[in-house]
Ligand binder design. Structure first.
Ligand code: NAP
Length: 304
């Protein structure tokens, strides 16, 4: 049982973790901080937090678990602000979609002992909605959470982070920090960039009103994740730039190849590319998937 959870950021991810713990009776009290008073008050209204406070330092004071769920680039400031009041035995963990930048920020801001308390994490679950109103208690059930422990973490601290996520129904996996950022650049970050770019490109067409008017289900499916929070995705692109750029180049090369196949009226080449892609996707996912609620998961219904 968690006595006091400090929630820094109480949107979709932070709010959902708190609601999940509360619904299962696994937390005594949740103290929350986010920049805007109205967010904190709304989170209290929704039962996400019990006590809104005015600073990170106040939130983490006396907490046995600290969960950081702000956009990635805000995390450096959050770690700096918590260093003075952290309990020496508190578990610190986060939900950031990029791990390298977050680990570096924590290492700079925290003392050596405090850094050992930080077990980085990333829930592979989400939606394109954000803010406290988007949070729901079942978000993590049967979804993967990737922990990227550092060499500073003790086995006991890692186990506490694992237990935290398992207690809300998640499947925990562990991965190296750099490997996480490489894989997620492909499965999550690149698709979001592709979706944002496609919608942006179409919106610049002179005939855009007609284009969107006749947009069908395929466009809706492909573009859904372009409704995700722009600030969050800006942060992900900038903090995982080194992994994302080569993935983007790889994808651009594929687009160029497709362009040239179409240009050359290469019927066989086009069909071969589509056949290959369809086979991969059909092997990965069930053909009809009525509910797909993931923004950052990179998957709607993977075959097990
Ligand atoms: P969100 O719904 O937009 O919530 C972000 C929260 O952080 C809000 O409560 C916001 O409230 C607060 N915040 C923003 N800047 C802050 C700052 N400088 N200091 C303190 N609080 C701040 O975002 P989310 O979807 O929950 O994402 C949170 C984290 O989880 C991100 O790092 C994201 O990469 C990661 N993640 C997201 C998904 C997804 O699908 N959405 C999935 C997995 C992981 P105020 O505006 O009041 O500050």
């Amino acid at each position: 049982m968690i006595q006091r959870l400090a929630l820094i950021g109480m949107g979709l991810i932070g709010g959902s973790l708190s609601l999940a713990l509360k619904q299962r009776g696994l937390v005594q009290e949740v103290v929350g901080y986010s920049r805007q008073l109205q967010t904190r008050l709304r989170a209290r209204e929704l039962g996400i937090i019990d006590v809104p406070v005015d600073s990170v330092a106040e939130a983490v004071s006396g907490a046995d678990v600290v969960f950081v769920a702000t956009p990635v680039q805000a995390m450096a400031g959050v770690f700096q602000a918590m260093a003075g009041t952290l309990s020496p035995d508190a578990l610190i963990t986060d939900g950031g979609s990029v791990k390298g930048a977050v680990v570096t920020a924590a290492e700079h801001a925290l003392s050596q002992d405090q850094f050992a308390q930080f077990v980085p994490g990333h829930p592979i679950a989400g939606t394109e909605r954000s803010g406290p109103d988007a949070a729901f208690a079942e978000l993590f059930v049967s979804h993967r959470v990737i922990l990227t422990p550092t060499s500073a973490n003790s086995a006991a601290m890692i186990r506490r982070a694992e237990d935290l996520w398992r207690s809300v129904g998640a499947q925990v996996e562990k991965m190296g920090v750099a490997h996480h950022d490489h894989i997620l650049a492909a499965t999550s970050h690149l698709p979001h960039v592709a979706a944002f770019s496609l919608v942006s490109a179409l919106s610049r067409l002179e005939e855009r009103y007609e284009v969107f008017r006749y947009a069908a289900g395929g466009f809706r499916d492909f573009s859904r994740i372009a409704s995700s929070d722009p600030a969050m995705w800006r942060d992900i692109c900038l903090t995982n730039r080194d992994e994302l750029l080569p993935m983007l180049d790889h994808y651009l090369a594929e687009l160029h190849q497709m362009r040239s196949l179409i240009d050359q009226r290469d019927s066989q080449g086009i069909e071969q590319m589509f056949v290959g892609a369809k086979a991969v996707r059909d092997a990965l996912y069930r053909p009809i998937e009525p509910q797909s609620n993931s923004s950052d998961s990179g998957a709607e219904s993977p075959r097990s």
